[in-house]
Design a protein around this ligand. Structure first.
Ligand code: 5GP
Ligand code: ZN
Length: 140
């Protein structure tokens, strides 16, 4: 548990969280400032700042919960779809430094955008640049 981490305090039961499901290593609870009814956060119970800090077996459990909840949450709030995402790092908008997956129920005509709304005016890379980027990722 990390000192002063709001999500660690929810895991510990020090502050209330509207838990919807849990496993040995993962906890899902409602977001306190929801972007839509049913906005749910899924976290590892241990404190890890970034997704890559989560050990593989705990990440598998985390995403197992996400996989199950995607349909369950959508059905529970009678949504049409779900946006699932992680703000992984401060530059991506991460505010709580305990990694978490957002499940945001989506409704026809809700006015929210797709992930492409993150940077709609990004410059399109050339084929050569795409090849270089793919090489860099493969080599890493
Ligand atoms: P981030 O920007 O780090 O990806 O998202 C943090 C999320 O945590 C936000 O959607 C915010 O509403 C939620 N949040 C912040 N503090 C609390 C809290 O004390 N309880 C709950 N349930 N959610 C919180
Ligand atoms: Zn924490």
């Amino acid at each position: 548990m990390a000192e002063d981490c709001i999500f660690c305090r929810i895991v510990a039961g020090d502050i209330p969280g509207r838990t919807v499901t849990e496993t040995d290593h993962a906890l899902a609870f409602l977001d306190a400032n929801p972007l839509a009814p049913g906005h749910t956060l899924v976290i590892p119970k241990e404190h890890y700042s970034r997704l890559n800090d989560v050990p593989g077996d705990e990440a598998a459990e985390l995403f197992g919960a996400v996989h199950e909840l995607a349909a369950t949450v959508e059905e529970a709030v009678d949504a049409d779809a779900v946006s699932i995402g992680i703000n992984d790092g401060e530059a991506a908008g991460q505010e709580v430094p305990h990694t978490h997956v957002h499940l945001v129920p989506r409704f026809e005509g809700d006015g929210g955008g797709p992930f492409h709304a993150i940077n709609p005016d990004s410059e399109q890379p050339s084929d050569a640049e795409l090849d270089d980027i793919a090489d860099a990722i493969r080599e890493a």
